[in-house]
Design a protein around this ligand. Sequence first.
Ligand code: ADP
Ligand code: MG
Length: 295
Amino acid sequence: MDIGLLSVSMNVYSTKRLAEEAEKLGHYIELIDHTKCSVKLGLGRPEIYLGEENVTNEFDAIIPRIGAKVTRHGAAIVKQFEMNGIFSTARSLGITRARNKVRTLQIMARKGIPIPETLFSINPDNIEEQINLLGGPPVIIKLQEGTQGLGVILAESKKSAKSIIDTFYKMNTSILIQKYIEESNGEDIRIFVVGHKVVAAMKRRSALGEFRSNVHRGGDTEAVKPTAKEQYIALNAVKYLGLGVAGVDLIRSKKGPLLIEVNASPGLQGIEAATGVNIAREVILFVQKNGGRRK
Ligand code: ADP
Ligand code: MG
């Protein structure tokens, strides 16, 4: 099979691993830097170019690894491959849905997937009421499109929550306010889904003096066996968003597991190391099963 790997560089662990496993399984795999792609629309079939090379008909499947900074353009390129009938491990719509936490949580809430109580608004006139609607402080304030824990703030008092929220509203920054799940204890669970299967899961524990468990914030990892309910949540979340490959993040609360976000281009490094699972191979096997020219 000829596989297009949409990523900005081969010098990234996940990209390298996917290429390695694809080659081991006898496939041709090519790096497509989506930031260098253009689409030509007009009469006839739209054409996709990588620089000057026409790649419209080159692939049987694509694997998008779209970074946070170029989601819009990346998703548009994926959409074009999709519209041309090429299998993708993540649908364009799924990528944009997962990119925005509010959008993800709205879909989860409608489908009955448990999430922390969350509020979004842009109104600076009743911030106190907004905080009260979540049961008062402490509250979590998040950038709707943050990653790596960078846009996540814990506000312990009403005073600080109010001033932080007010600042974001006045700066026209899209945020959400969320009930702080204290008993999650600075830990979260990352469940890696490929196709309709949970292939690996790890627990991330935050560094000392930190509530965010992101590895980029110094968190450490260990393999974990998710409960049946956690697996059910992860599998359904991925299905509802329209993703074939995804990382689902849950926190454990007194009332059971709560979904906090879904990552459409989940990294492989941390979780392959923590669990010993060959996830890259699982992804390629999934592509092998579903890809094929002009399905
Ligand atoms: P990011 O996209 O930046 O990773 P997350 O929503 O995943 O943002 O939040 C980062 C981390 O902060 C989570 O992994 C979790 O450890 C912690 N966290 C997020 N939301 C809550 C919450 N409502 N209660 C307690 N901890 C939270
Ligand atoms: Mg996260």
